[in-house]
Ligand binder design. Structure first.
Ligand code: 6PG
Length: 246
């Protein structure tokens, strides 16, 4: 795994602003088709609201941007737990171009079938089932970190974290709430990006951020790609010792 760069924002609002600016910079850096891999959980919600706000939406070339998701809870789209449904409701439905939103289908008979279907979709988009390091799949991959150090739906100690062949895997049982089966992109696929951006915010994240900064062998550490990897954190999440002056 690569060495992440730590960027500290004052609070959750400033963190979302900084994240939106990074997303915009990535978009501006690529004059052709752009692929962004979104994430679930609560951390990116403010970012999604910003991207859909009048201030930001006009700056995004929606006809060139494709939106994917790094992991999904295996629940119907109508379920509030569905990660892509949250992103759609927050900013994509009103803005994204037709056919440019790529949800993980949860209508398949089980998470493995859903994973296989999404792998095919990603490979069709990419134009190959072999990842070429010289040609990353995603321009940007957004990530979060759970209280146990998981990222996407790759949980510590689970076999899926070791997967090197399949692009997407079914995860029968989650390690933390919500305890529904998951479907997750695997580490090599998430790492196939120009930039990986973690958002880690709030005092609740302080214990896990401390462990991550200590370099514990947890999924969120192992996920760090050799490309530009940024941990965007707010001061509330920082370990006491490195919080700095108020
Ligand atoms: C999910 C997410 C997951 C998330 C972390 C952090 O489906 O739950 O994709 O990987 O990023 O669990 O979640 P919070 O942002 O809610 O803390």
């Amino acid at each position: 795994a690569g060495q992440p760069e730590l960027i500290v924002a004052l609070d959750a609002e400033a963190l979302a602003q900084a994240a939106a600016e990074r997303v915009m910079a990535r978009i501006s850096a690529n004059p052709s088709r752009i692929a962004i891999c979104l994430t679930g959980g609560s951390s990116p919600k403010k970012l999604y609201q910003l991207l859909g706000s009048d201030e930001w939406r006009g700056r995004i070339p929606w006809d060139r941007v494709h939106w994917f998701i790094g992991d999904e809870r295996f629940v119907p789209e109508s379920d509030p737990l569905n990660n892509m449904a949250v992103a759609r409701a927050t900013f994509l439905d009103r803005n994204a171009a037709a056919g440019h939103v790529h949800p993980i289908p949860t209508t398949a008979e089980n998470p493995d079938a859903s994973a296989a279907a999404y792998a095919r979709e990603l490979q069709a988009f990419y134009g190959s089932d072999q990842l070429d390091p010289a040609r990353p799949l995603f321009d940007m991959v957004l990530m979060g970190a759970g209280p146990d150090g998981h990222t996407a739906s790759l949980f510590p100690g689970y076999p899926e974290i070791e997967e090197t062949r399949r692009w997407v895997v079914g995860v029968p049982k989650a390690n933390v709430a919500p305890f529904v089966p998951r479907v997750s992109l695997t580490l090599p696929v998430l790492a196939s990006c120009r930039e990986m951006l973690f958002e880690i915010a709030g005092h609740d994240k302080q214990p896990i951020l401390t462990r991550l900064l200590n370099g514990e062998n947890l999924p969120a550490v192992r996920a760090c790609s050799n490309r530009e990897t940024v941990w965007l954190v707010d001061r509330a999440a920082l370990p006491e010792g490195i919080r700095g002056p108020r």
